[in-house]
Design a protein around this ligand. Structure first.
Ligand SMILES: [Zn+2]
Length: 161
């Protein structure tokens, strides 16, 4: 089954449509067609004909669904809209805020373990950065030049002595 980056209970911000900029809680997620229902938003009015003698029909307001790509998650920790990353937490893959690196799934009660997971994520981010800069030959050049300058300085000193 496909899984969406949005889960029930998440707070999301609408990126498009008439509710653009508004936030709400996700009350329903349908991974099959990538549609979600946001509480209080996208209310649609349904007109219903009476279907039996006891059914009077009428106008009903129901929550409409929106495509998940129209929303962005609001991080509960830093209150920013964020893209969703992933990290390991007690052997499980949990979602993570890409802005503050806090988990979107682990509760505040798991603070200690979360801190550990956060540290690991931060370290892996640092590692990735180091790998990136190591690949760039440009980053290595200035170091060589500095070394040469130092050598020249030493030679000058030697002459002065
Ligand atoms: Zn965050």
């Amino acid at each position: 089954m496909n899984s969406l980056f949005v889960r029930k209970g998440d707070t999301v911000k609408m990126l498009s449509g008439k509710n653009k900029g508004k936030t709400g809680k996700v009350t329903m997620v349908n991974p099959e067609d990538s549609r979600i229902v946001v509480d209080g938003l996208n209310i649609i009015t349904k007109h219903r004909k009476p279907r039996s003698q006891t059914d009077r029909g009428g106008i009903r307001k129901v929550a409409g669904s929106v495509d998940a790509s129209n929303v962005q998650i609001v991080c509960p920790a830093c209150s920013k809209t964020t893209r969703v990353g992933h990290m390991e937490f007690e052997g499980k893959k949990v979602r993570m805020c890409k802005k503050c690196f806090k988990s979107l799934d682990v509760k505040a009660t798991d603070k200690k373990a979360l801190k550990k997971a956060k540290k690991e994520v931060a370290e892996s981010v640092e590692e990735a950065k180091e790998k990136k800069s190591a690949r760039k030959p440009k980053a290595a050049k200035p170091v060589e030049e500095t070394a040469k300058v130092e050598e020249t300085v030493k030679e000058d000193e030697a002459i002065q002595e």
